[in-house]
Write a protein that binds this ligand. Sequence first.
Ligand SMILES: C[S@@+](CC[C@H](N)C(=O)[O-])C[C@H]1O[C@@H](n2cnc3c(N)ncnc32)[C@H](O)[C@@H]1O
Length: 213
Amino acid sequence: MKNYRDYYFRKAKAEHYPARSVYKLMEMDKALRLLTPGGRVLDLGATPGSWSLYAAQQVGPQGRVVALDCVPTETVFPPQVQFLVADMLHPSAEAIAVLEAHAPFSVVLSDMAPKTTGSRITDQARSLALVEAAYGVAMRWLAAGGHFVAKIFEGPDAPAFVRGIKPFFERVTLMKPKSSRSESKEIFIVGLSLRTRDPRYRIPEDEENYGRT
Ligand SMILES: C[S@@+](CC[C@H](N)C(=O)[O-])C[C@H]1O[C@@H](n2cnc3c(N)ncnc32)[C@H](O)[C@@H]1O
């Protein structure tokens, strides 16, 4: 049996993060400088809250982190974090209003992951649906020059998704952080510096905002 109380699990506990996944974001942030003081971050799939805690430290008290998950968390966040319970596949009008109120975001993060079923094809398809939902949100509310980071389960549709988003960012890269378990099929798609919005995700009521980024 695999020992899941590994190095990163113990490190997270010692450093008071509720999940070991924080080290994935930390590594990507250190390599790519995603989170800056005063930044506005949207963290999708935030429960139990380690990415939001780390993002809050990086943006500082002048920044803002909107954390969202379909499952609540008991983690206590600093005041610059607002936590919202919402399902990103079926966002309520209230959730959309909160996002709208805090937009534009300098960074949209998604660590959303489906409950795994044991069927690789089903899990990959559900993961892709979550990435597409996160990308749709980014295309609506990411600021010009902002960054997009999303977890995806590797599978046959992932390369086409990555190719599809390349024209809209200065650079698109894939990352597999060291703290991601080697047996895990997850990778992170990173879109750096939004250049222009993807017209496939254009929303008619936002029409007048297009070009304004
Ligand atoms: C790996 S966990 C996130 C861990 C988090 N980044 C942290 O560091 O504490 C994945 C999260 O995605 C959430 N999730 C899955 N589907 C979702 C959906 N449709 N809408 C919102 N959150 C979702 C799950 O509830 C779960 O909490």
